[in-house]
Design a binder for this molecule. Structure first.
Ligand code: ADP
Length: 475
């Protein structure tokens, strides 16, 4: 495609040149010649009429001598580059500007017939066989006493008109050359502005089509071409990023599945070959059970994420009391808190605080955040859940004074499977999916979730929700 587009333009350019050449060489050349002939014929005819009315008429009325008329006409013919004759109606020459004639000279134009020019201003040809080369001839009758007593005939060599026409034609050739140069400049501009960027874009699409999504290219223009190139680049880098994410995701999933499976297999083999004695079975079966729990948690997490990721996640939005939801989530952690000696403190805005959201999904977000806060708390730590209202938004914060999150890790903790090095010792069962599930849910609501944390001091997760107008009716 790319080659032919350029060739097409070169071909169109050549065609344009050829067409211009043909037009100038034929039509314009003919038109110029016709025009010059017409102008010359008009001019000569006016001269012939003037001579017929002046010298020639005087000659026939014998007011001036032949000699005088001859001299006048010779001078005029030199000046105008013509031959001027005075002929009798019979074709006998009375005066001829290029040769002096006497009364006795009998020079005739054979077959002279003045009717040939009837209805026309001029005739073109050899003038009844008199000339060897073509001539343009005009004739004006000399009348006296209502009779035609002779003719003033002016000849001009056709070659002189051709010369004049070709001088005029040179201007048209120059114009054509100028046009060709101008269109060559346009062609060069086209190549620079359209063709070269287009070729780069085509080459890039070929690379993308063959799977090389990391191919980068630049088109340095701020027009549609530049915009197209930038969009293509962006599209390719997005696809490349998604491919990388997918690879990373699969590597993470395989890794997280492999470690519990390996340990389960290890214990089962040890039981079968007797390395683990029967009296210790219960202990190891509990470990196996724990590992299967972890696998189940992992699959559940993946399934949830997958469902959340599907575009246009369906939310069943209703108005509900977030304070009440927080109370019930914290109640479900009572047993764990007692075991870890962690205290949950609730600082809730008003008795009831209605929000517009999907209750089950927000409950899951709260569950994941409180679960983390307790997991990463030190024993006898505090977890504080707080609700506030600002600018028609409800802010929910889950804060702990646990191990905290190192600064460099903070931007990754919402990614799938991400766990900080700090947390690995504290939470062996963690999947690294809890926060990414929370973020997907909050994003699906069009809201935000953020973290503020200091390593060794604690973490606070804050998310926003749409405040319900139900609150107004309770105020
Ligand atoms: P997990 O199931 O492993 O808890 P999450 O996605 O919920 O996965 O959390 C990802 C990581 O973020 C955790 O492994 C931990 O390193 C860190 N993290 C999350 N919440 C806290 C917290 N409250 N305190 C300290 N670290 C946290």
């Amino acid at each position: 495609m790319k080659k032919t587009l350029y060739l097409k333009f070169i071909f169109a350019y050549l065609l344009f040149g050829l067409f211009g050449f043909i037009v100038v060489a034929s039509f314009i050349s003919d038109m110029t010649y016709d025009r010059c002939r017409q102008l010359e014929a008009d001019r000569l005819y006016r001269e012939a009429v003037t001579i017929a009315d002046s010298y020639a008429a005087d000659l026939y009325s014998a007011e001036v001598s032949l000699e005088t008329v001859y001299r006048q006409l010779t001078a005029l013919s030199h000046y105008t580059g013509t031959q001027i004759w005075i002929l009798n109606p019979s074709g006998r020459m009375v005066v001829r500007s290029d040769t002096p004639l006497t009364q006795d000279d009998e020079v005739y134009v054979e077959n002279f017939n003045p009717a040939v020019s009837a209805g026309k201003r001029y005739i073109e040809g050899d003038f009844f066989g008199f000339f060897q080369t073509p001539h343009l001839t005009v004739m004006a009758p000399i009348t006296s006493n209502y009779k035609t007593s002779g003719y003033v005939v002016i000849h001009m060599e056709s070659a002189a008109i051709t010369k004049q026409a070709s001088q005029l034609l040179n201007i048209s050739w120059l114009e054509l050359l100028f046009l060709l140069l101008l269109s060559l400049i346009i062609l060069i501009f086209f190549t620079e502005i359209v063709y070269i960027p287009l070729r780069r874009i085509t080459r890039a699409t070929e690379q993308y089509a063959s799977g090389n999504m990391h191919y980068q290219f630049t088109v340095d223009s701020e027009d549609e071409m530049g915009y197209l190139a930038a969009s293509l680049n962006y599209m390719a880098s997005e696809i490349a990023r998604q491919e990388d994410d997918q690879k990373k995701f699969i590597a993470n999933v395989s890794h997280d599945f492999r470690s519990p499976l390996t340990s389960i297999r290890g214990f089962l083999v040890a039981m079968l070959d007797g390395t683990i004695p029967a009296e210790l079975y219960e202990k190891y079966l509990r470990i196996v059970l724990n590992e299967t729990d972890r696998l189940k948690k992992l699959t559940d997490g993946l399934l949830t994420l997958n469902n959340l990721n599907t575009k246009g996640m369906l939310l069943s939005v209703s108005d509900f009391d977030i304070n009440e939801t927080i109370r019930s989530v914290s109640a479900s952690f009572e047993q764990i808190c007692r075991e870890k000696n962690v205290r949950i403190r609730l600082i809730l805005y008003g008795d009831e605080l209605y929000v517009e959201a999907d209750r089950d999904k927000i409950q899951q977000v709260l569950y994941n955040l409180v679960d983390n806060a307790i997991k990463f708390s030190r024993s006898s730590g505090d977890v504080q859940i707080e609700t506030t209202e600002r600018h028609r938004k409800v802010f929910v914060s889950v804060k702990d004074n646990g191990i905290g999150i190192p600064k460099d890790d903070q931007k990754f903790i919402f990614d799938r499977f991400y766990k900080t090095d700090l947390s690995r010792g504290k939470d062996k069962k963690g999947t690294g999916l809890g926060l990414s599930i929370a973020r997907e849910i909050i994003r699906a609501h069009g809201e935000n979730i953020n973290v503020i944390s200091t390593e060794g001091v604690g973490s606070e997760f804050i998310f926003t929700l749409q405040r319900s107008s139900l609150n107004d009716s309770y105020e």
